[in-house]
Design a protein around this ligand. Structure first.
Ligand code: GLU
Length: 464
């Protein structure tokens, strides 16, 4: 075990987004590589927007990607006593104060400040107030107004903010609930985080948080802010650019290893290598090779990686997955050829598991679903004697492998003087129903003798 402690801290207000998944992955990889600790913390202080459904969706997506954590999940909603205690501590020390300004007053102040060219930050009306009227209040952090706050970001380098730019942040709302910037500091400190890796949309929060670490007497961890992910048009990745939910990619037939491989390359590189297993990544990943520029989401590359992992995947495992994808299109695999054998016939062609399921369905459907156009084109009367003869030859075959099937076809071609290109399409439509399938010998072999003969015979009534 090393001292490294990192975390992923999603807010459960929706599904796990591509960007969040990448942050989780980077943290996971760092912890794995350095034998540190990876903590999962659910940031559900915004009770109105947080749902159990989102928590479940996030946990499920992490599980799918193989991102296991060592500690947690911790829920901020279960830690309100601690936060309350810290608010009181800051109030007592004079490092926070009650602010009674109403939202109308704040809005008026903001407008006035903007008009006079000033910064729209809180003007400090209640900073030095000593009375405690019986009115609703928020608690604000008393941020230092002079000096500067600096930190060295592990990705972006040295960053400095002038303290007079930073607002007196609200740390407790009128309803008594604490706010993000405050609780994140308490939790990161209390959970002993040594490094905070998160999206750079939080970079403006970091100096504010550093001031609170100091006020609360905590050690400040290191920070690494990962650049955003953009769509092809260089605007922030959103639904306009395609699915942004990790689990939607699963539904679309993506493999988790393709997703992991894709996510890591959105911002990190290792020479010009493209293919990385999780084990490779654990060995090779480092923050020093995370780029400063935003990554651009490229669905074609993700598809290319997925096709690669399907092509090279273990047929047994892909067979198990195929079963689930077939179930989604209501095709039962109870009867029919063994799944791994079916996978082998489709691995080269299917780019997603959905495509594989669509391509595999004909093996399992109890009746061939004929495409009328294919029947019209290929099952013409002149082919009937040819398919009849093929049926006899296959029926007489001893053994049922590629060679035996090829031998039957070769006899047929010899007898009729026709090339495979003339015979194949009719056979394919008879067996599959359409004109698109794996190689015809493979289909016959995998369907098996009984089923192949049954389908060939069944097609005789279809000739036009
Ligand atoms: N809960 C925050 C979010 O989902 C992350 C906070 C952090 O990483 O500091 O954006």
């Amino acid at each position: 075990m090393s001292d490294l402690r990192v975390r992923f801290a999603p807010s459960p207000t929706g599904y796990l987004h591509i960007g969040g998944a990448r942050t989780a992955l980077f943290n996971y990889l760092l912890a794995q590589k350095e034998k540190g600790t990876f903590i999962l913390r659910i940031e559900d202080t915004d009770v109105a927007r947080s749902t159990q459904e989102s928590v479940d969706a996030i946990l499920q997506a992490m599980d799918w990607l193989g991102l296991s954590y060592d500690e947690g999940p911790f829920y901020q909603s279960e830690r309100f006593d601690l936060y309350k205690q810290k608010v009181d501590e800051l109030l007592e020390k004079g490092l926070a104060y009650r602010c009674y300004c109403t939202s109308e007053e704040l809005e008026a102040k903001r407008e006035a400040a903007m008009k006079s060219g000033g910064k729209p930050k809180y003007d400090g009306t209640c900073r030095n107030r000593s009375d405690q009227p019986d009115l609703p209040f928020v608690v604000r952090f008393k941020a230092p107004q002079e000096g500067e706050t600096s930190f060295v970001d592990r990705i972006k380098g040295a960053i400095t903010f002038e303290n007079d730019e930073l607002d007196d942040l609200i740390i407790q709302r009128t309803d008594g609930t604490p706010t993000y910037n405050f609780v994140v500091v308490i939790d990161d400190a209390e959970m002993g985080l040594t490094l905070v890796v998160r999206g750079d949309d939080h970079i403006n929060n970091t100096p504010r948080q550093i001031l609170m670490y100091k006020a609360l007497g905590y050690d400040v961890p290191e920070f690494a802010h990962v650049p955003m992910i953009l769509g092809a048009d260089k605007t922030r990745l959103s639904k306009r650019h395609g699915a942004t939910s990790v689990m939607v990619y699963r539904e679309m037939g993506y493999l988790p290893e393709a997703m992991v491989n894709y996510l890591v390359r959105l911002g990190w590189s290792h020479g010009d290598e493209e293919i990385f297993s999780m084990d490779d990544l654990i060995e090779k990943f480092s923050l020093s090779s995370v780029g400063k520029a935003a990554g651009v989401f490229n669905p074609e590359k993700l598809l290319w990686l997925n096709a690669h992992y399907i092509k090279t995947g273990d047929p047994e495992r892909l067979g198990e997955l195929l079963k689930e994808y077939l179930q989604m299109i209501e095709v039962s695999t109870e009867n029919g050829p063994p799944l791994p054998a079916v996978v082998k016939t489709l691995q080269e062609r299917a780019r997603t598991m959905v495509e594989m399921a669509e391509g595999a369905a004909f093996y399992y459907r109890p009746e061939v679903e004929f495409d009328p156009a294919a029947v019209q084109k290929c099952l013409t009367k002149d082919k009937e004697p040819i398919l009849t003869r093929l049926t006899e030859l296959l029926d007489a075959a001893t053994g049922w492998d590629h060679e035996a099937i090829a031998a039957a076809f070769s006899t047929l071609m010899g007898e009729t003087g026709l090339k495979l290109g003339k015979i194949g399409p009719a056979v394919r439509v008879a067996l599959v129903g359409g004109t698109n399938s794996p190689s015809i010998y493979e289909v016959i072999e995998v369907l098996g003798k009984e089923e192949s003969l049954k389908r060939l015979r069944g097609s005789f009534s279809k000739f036009v």
